[in-house]
Design a protein. Structure first.
Length: 302
């Protein structure tokens, strides 16, 4: 079954998201992406429950000097919303989609990856497949390793992930995950326009399947479908030690807390790190005015 995203009405947020849409076909499904500017490629990978809208300020700031490529993962944003009979919503498929997009665009060298939330594991899985293609990494409140020792999933995620009826009712029925994030994932709060933009693709229960499947696909136990790939990424992150890395971290994150940041520091001791005491999980929403020039400077230095 295929639930088309179009027409999704984003006319009310066009002043915040004034970008031209592009699509490629992947196994008969429409995969949406933005492609703004020219120069060295900067590929931005969002998490759950966001979409390319989340990177809007960074796109505006970087596309004057760089080629910014920002996909919507399948089931997210303006990409198609297939049923599980058409798409499995697993980590490997996410990585394959990114690779397909970049290969079709001929983007295979000097890539900067900008990673947030699930984009961290997806992007780093691509990076350890092709470490020679990666020039820089910008990491924001994410993980590309298994849950650190002594940590467990927050109870909200455990309920959605492990209790199927609750997940279906809460995420698909009441949109609690995406709507809840509008309040829990920021420190400063969001304007009405930004709230509308973040949830615009997810107003129909049929369009929320990816939100649920992302949570259900979190690799925790060895028998979980995506555990093996996540473990491979975990074991091979060292291949990227040569790559320049900038870590930008909102300190008020109830999932990717400061213990996750400590793990990034342990694995990449040479990374440049900036934390934000007045930012949460949606660090770009809370601190874009400071983050955009930091990323510009980081990229301009080579």
């Amino acid at each position: 079954m295929l639930h088309k995203t179009n027409p999704i009405d984003i006319s009310e947020i066009r002043h915040l998201y004034p970008f031209k849409s592009h699509f490629i076909k992947i196994n008969g499904l429409n995969y949406h992406f933005l492609d703004q500017g020219s120069g060295d490629p900067v590929v931005m990978l969002h998490g759950n429950p966001t979409w390319s809208f989340y990177f809007r300020e960074l796109i505006k700031g970087l596309s004057k000097e760089f080629r910014t490529i920002v996909p919507d993962h399948m089931g997210c944003g303006l990409s198609d919303k297939p049923g599980i009979d058409r798409y499995d919503y697993r980590l490997k498929s996410r990585v394959d989609d990114v690779e397909t997009l970049l290969d079709k665009l001929g983007v295979t060298r000097d890539i900067t990856l900008v990673l947030h939330d699930w984009g961290g594991m997806i992007g780093m899985a691509y990076a350890v497949r092709h470490p020679e293609r990666i020039r820089r990494l910008v990491v924001m409140n994410t993980a590309a390793f298994l849950i650190p020792d002594g940590k467990s999933l927050p109870i909200r995620l455990r309920l959605i992930r492990n209790i199927k009826p609750f997940g279906i009712l809460a995420v698909l029925g009441f949109n609690m995950f995406a709507v809840g994030a509008l309040f829990m994932a920021t420190y400063k709060g969001l304007s009405a326009d930004v709230k509308s933009g973040l949830i615009a693709p997810y107003k129909n229960w049929r369009h929320r399947i990816a939100i649920l499947k992302f949570v259900q696909d979190i690799p925790v136990r060895t028998k979980d479908p995506s555990y093996r790939l996540a473990k491979y990424v975990d074991d091979n992150l060292h291949q990227l030690n040569r790559v320049s890395m900038l870590i930008l971290w909102g300190e008020h994150d109830f999932v990717f807390d400061m213990d996750f940041l400590s793990e990034w520091r342990r694995r990449f001791p040479d990374a440049k790190v900036k934390t934000f005491k007045d930012a949460g999980h949606y660090v770009l929403e809370d601190a874009a005015d400071r983050i955009v020039p930091m990323v510009q400077n980081f990229l301009q230095r080579g």
